[in-house]
Design a protein. Structure first.
Length: 159
């Protein structure tokens, strides 16, 4: 598959969700998707098929997300002086937003791993994207799911 339009149409929604897992900000995620596909467009002719094209695209997206996180960590952040209360009867959209907030609180590597899991990528492919062993990814996925389950239980999502 070398037609850019086909590649974009197939992978853009997944890349957006992965970027949301990193940023928890739809506008920033859209910008990261755009940056990812600009890189894909520029480098598509040099893609050597050493891995699946999806793996290559996810790796590009991951790199853009990591750079965005580095930049945001250098910026001064101001917290609101109060917490907005959560309601127990949340809509599916609110639950999804809560999931993205929980993912955004994870460490960088954990964020990308769980975002790729949510996109139904095989653990072997995730290992290749993040540069870890398959066994290490398998253990991390289990631990990340446990962390998220604890957050959801504390939030009253699992009864």
């Amino acid at each position: 598959m070398t037609n850019f339009d086909d590649i974009y149409n197939q992978y853009a929604p997944q890349i957006f969700r992965v970027c949301m897992g990193y940023t928890n900000d739809a506008d920033q995620a859209k910008d990261l998707v755009q940056e990812t596909f600009i890189s894909v467009w520029k480098n598509l002719s040099s893609f050597r098929n050493q891995s699946a094209i999806g793996t290559w695209i996810f790796r590009i997206a991951t790199n853009h997300c990591l750079r965005a996180i580095e930049v945001s960590q250098r910026m001064v952040k101001i917290e609101l002086p109060y917490q907005i209360p959560e309601t127990p009867d949340e809509s599916p959209e609110e639950k999804l937003q809560y999931l993205y907030r929980c993912i955004a609180e994870l460490e960088e590597t954990d964020r990308i791993i769980i975002s790729l899991v949510l996109e139904d990528l095989a653990q072997a492919e995730i290992a290749e994207i993040v540069g870890l062993s398959h066994a290490n990814v398998r253990v991390k996925v289990h631990r990340i799911k446990d962390k998220l389950a604890l957050k959801f239980k504390a939030h009253g999502q699992f009864r």
